[in-house]
Ligand binder design. Structure first.
Ligand code: PLP
Length: 435
């Protein structure tokens, strides 16, 4: 299958090129030239399949021409090696837990699949693939753990000093092997600027084979469709066939994948985009005017995005048809105070401690159900394990949070990070002298 740029449908490229160059030269985003349909018979019989089997069936539709079946099967099995169960809060509402991967966030689905795809295509090249990534927390952990030990690759992560949580920092800095962490004395924007400058520096590009692990990479979007079908399979086993998915949204990659799954034939009644104060999309769906704003800092900081880059993909998927988008996607917005109350309410009512992003989804799912009663199941996507967000969970609840099994290294692992000022000269010098 070929991929086009959302800015120019005539510009087509193959999967490998779309993966290694996250962005087309015209600064659009890559989209599949046609949305493949998952076989209706497969969907009808979906309760017979495992998450890995569903994932392989979907992956084949997109990359079956580019990667031989046996290799793709290994990639999927190796990337999606953890579950995504639904935890039912009651008979109407379930939490789709997407945090059972190594970084305890849903970004593991995208990052692990992408890293193995890049590793596969890099076998043909003898030069090391250098992945540069700036992170405000969750992306870096998923990318680091996704690429950890993948032959032919090396990851350099830049993160802002003192601005990520303890668990996040441990995930970034205790890996060793092919993962390097740089602790930048600055903000996330500084980190991003350094990475951008390196990508645009001819001298650096001559000496290193660089790629980004950007969240808009098409090889991160595709695997995020897997768990929507898997959630549907789990509901069908319970005899439920109508579903509304509520997605805590920041850059709109997660919900974008849900909408892609819908276009592939997944039966979904509605999507709910749940946001914090960064409400550019909810305002757009109300007014029809897209007016991005600078991002506002909130407790659910993985959703602090004022100009979500994946939104153009969603517009493209629906041919910019506003009424259709308005009918399909409902939106709800919550401030920090409401978010904290949501965390508390989930604990009080269901003895369930959720991360702040998940709590926003919970509030939105509840509000949506109140406005649109029905017999459908509300499935809210839980994007991260609560242990990653100690500052956003009341202390009395946080003490109930257990680190996932096998996470002891996060408490005891030794931090290895290179301290650096937010200066491009320092960064460039580091890259070149540590080739
Ligand atoms: C990245 C992230 C989100 C937002 O997902 P998008 O795909 O950017 O909309 C929500 N919650 C958590 C925990 C995340 O890491």
């Amino acid at each position: 299958m070929k991929f086009y740029s959302t800015n120019n449908k005539a510009l087509r490229t193959d999967f490998k090129n779309a993966v290694f160059h996250s962005l087309p030269a015209d600064k659009g985003l890559y989209m599949p030239e046609e949305i493949p349909k998952l076989d209706p018979l497969f969907i009808k019989n979906i309760t017979q399949y495992s998450l890995q089997e569903i994932a392989l069936e979907i992956a084949k539709l997109y990359v079956g021409d580019d990667i031989p079946a046996a290799a793709l099967k290994d990639i999927v099995a190796d990337a999606i090696n953890f579950d995504a169960p639904i935890h039912f809060l009651d008979s109407e509402m379930g939490v789709l837990e997407l945090f059972h991967g190594p970084s305890y966030a849903f970004k593991d689905f995208g990052a692990r699949f992408m890293s193995r795809i890049m590793g596969y295509f890099s076998q043909e090249d003898d030069q090391l693939l250098d992945v540069l990534v700036a992170t405000s927390g969750d992306t870096g952990g998923a990318v680091a753990l996704g690429f950890l030990g993948v032959p032919g690759t090396r990851v350099t992560i830049l993160y802002p000093k003192g601005k990520v949580s303890k668990v996040q920092e441990q995930q970034l800095t205790t890996n060793g092997q092919n993962i390097r962490a740089i602790e930048v004395d600055g903000t996330f924007d500084d980190c991003q600027a350094l990475v951008k400058q390196a990508f645009n520096d001819p001298e650096v590009n001559q000496q290193l084979r660089l790629t980004s692990a950007n969240s808009i990479n098409i090889s991160r979007l595709i695997p995020q469709t897997f768990y929507y079908f898997w959630a549907y399979a789990q509901l069908r086993i319970q005899g439920i066939s109508e579903v509304v998915f509520t997605v805590p949204s920041g850059n709109y990659g997660n919900i974008g994948a849900g909408l892609l799954a819908y276009k592939m034939g997944l039966p979904v009644k509605n999507f709910v985009a749940a946001t914090n104060a960064n409400d550019t999309v909810p305002r757009f769906l109300t007014s029809g005017k897209y007016e991005p704003k600078p991002s506002v800092q909130t407790l659910a900081n993985a959703m602090d995005v004022g100009d979500p880059s994946n939104w153009v993909r969603i517009q493209d998927l629906f041919d910019h048809d506003l009424p259709t988008l308005q009918n399909l996607i409902h939106t709800y917005t919550y401030n920090d105070e409401e978010t904290l109350a949501g965390v508390q309410e989930m604990y009080d009512q269901y003895a369930y401690v959720a991360c702040p992003h998940t709590a926003i989804a919970y509030l939105a799912a509840k509000a949506h159900r109140a406005e649109h009663p029905g017999t459908y199941a509300s499935v809210l996507l839980s994007t991260a394990h609560p242990c990653k967000f100690p500052d956003a969970i009341p202390a009395s609840l946080f003490k109930e949070v257990r680190l996932p099994a096998g996470a002891d290294h996060l408490e005891h692992g030794e931090k290895q990070a290179v301290p650096m000022s937010a200066s491009y000269d320092a960064f460039k010098n580091y890259l070149i002298t540590n080739k």
